[in-house]
Design a binder for this molecule. Structure first.
Ligand code: SF4
Ligand code: SF4
Ligand code: FES
Length: 385
């Protein structure tokens, strides 16, 4: 059986020592998982290695960890794949690096404290139904199709991989986070819940709520159950803004809308317009001197200075109106066509609902039989012939 090397980040608090790295050799069938490798180490070599697991089948959510820097489940990651991933750029000598999940305190070796960061935030979003009136005598009856929309968020196994991978949580530990916000959508989208507006208002006004997500896709990549937490957060934002017209005190809704408006108009982000569009929305190129706008602009100056210092904003010139470079040729028209298409063909897609727009066939495609049409029918499909 092939040999693999696991490089594990160890932390044994009772020793009084800090965290350290330790390498272990395991011989394992390539189809088995990194978790199987860790359990082999614990059985054969070092009984003090601590790892949390239960189902070993990507169901219980216990074995969240970082493998080669990516937050995932140990039992869902094949050891051969992890080895290949660690060795994409060299001759196969690199170990598989295994660490505890990030953005949460480490209790021991690969076991993190899920209570302080994950479960506390899940409770923050009131993770139960809040129906109106007295409960029915038997059960609440809802049409099955009205539940399809929330099936994706219901697939969450609470493993914390998205929390571990969240870039926003890294800079703002108070951020409610991807798992809890996906859970919030589960109830906002449930037709039996009577508090959708209240929930949305709360999550929009919270400075660590739905507008604290930076739309980085990291949680979408990390989630082993395809919950796509970021998509659920974007749904919460859209329902809060479009359906309930909730303007948040953090200016998140207007800032987001400013991005889309500027790119529609200019093709790329003109940073000189971003602040004024965010704080004085509605009149392009002009600042409406409302007290809120002026206060917001002045309050944003330290952010602009920090952006310059850290290199996020590369030049002050970008803040001068009219300096922004235009897209070449007719590229801007292409961008506008994408906007028009998106506006006219709004589709909700999730793991369980997939839709594809029916396009008019091109003239020379109209006669071409589709692959399905080209398949010979079975005899009993031809009118019982
Ligand atoms: S998309 Fe949002 S919630 Fe997901 S990892 Fe990025 S910042 Fe966090
Ligand atoms: S959303 Fe996905 S990654 Fe996040 S806790 Fe649920 S299953 Fe895990
Ligand atoms: S052990 Fe249950 S999800 Fe990995």
């Amino acid at each position: 059986m092939p040999d693999y090397t696991l490089k594990v980040r160890r932390y044994q608090p009772e020793s009084g020592e800090g965290a350290y790295w330790q390498e272990f050799k395991v011989d394992l069938d390539p189809d088995l998982s990194v978790l199987d490798g860790l359990l082999q180490v614990r059985d054969r070599e070092d009984g003090s290695l601590v790892v949390r697991c239960s189902c070993r089948a990507a169901i219980c959510g216990s074995c969240g960890m970082k493998i080669n820097g990516r937050s995932t489940l140990g039992c869902k990651t094949q050891i051969a794949e992890a080895h290949e991933q660690a060795n994409r750029r060299n001759g196969g000598t690199e170990p598989i690096v295994v660490e505890p999940m990030a953005n949460m305190p480490v209790i021991k070796d690969l076991v993190t404290d899920m209570e302080s960061t994950h479960w506390t935030k899940i409770r923050r979003v009131t993770p139960w139904l809040l129906p109106e009136g007295d409960p029915p005598e038997r059960e609440y009856v809802v049409p099955p199709e009205s539940m399809i929309d929330i099936t994706q968020s219901m697939a969450c196994i609470q493993c914390g991989a998205c929390v571990s991978s969240c870039l926003s949580l890294e800079v703002d530990p108070e951020f409610i986070g991807p798992a809890a916000l996906a859970k919030a959508y589960r109830f906002v989208g449930d037709p039996r819940d009577a508090e959708a507006r209240g929930r949305l208002y709360d999550l929009a006004q919270d400075p660590h709520g739905i507008y604290d997500c930076t739309h980085c896709f990291s949680c979408v990549d990390a989630c082993p159950k395809d919950v796509a937490p970021m998509d659920q957060i974007m749904r919460l934002r859209r329902i809060a803004g479009d359906d309930h017209d909730i303007d948040d005190v953090n200016n998140g809704r207007r800032h987001e809308s400013a991005f889309t408006k500027i790119i529609e108009k200019k093709g790329t982000l003109d940073e000189s317009l971003l602040l004024q569009e965010s704080y004085a929305q509605g009149v392009k190129g002009k600042l409406i001197p409302t007290p809120g706008a002026i206060k917001g602009l002045v309050g944003s100056l330290p952010t602009a200075v920090r952006g310059l210092r850290t290199g996020k904003m590369r030049s002050l010139a970008k803040l001068i109106p009219g300096v922004h470079e235009k897209l070449p040729g007719d590229a801007q028209e292409h961008v506008q066509r994408i906007y028009t298409h998106a506006e006219e063909h709004r589709e909700e897609l999730n793991l369980y609902i997939s839709g594809e727009e029916e396009l008019e066939p091109e003239p020379d495609e109209a006669e071409t039989p589709t692959p399905e049409a080209a398949i010979e029918p079975e005899p009993d499909e031809e009118g019982g012939r």
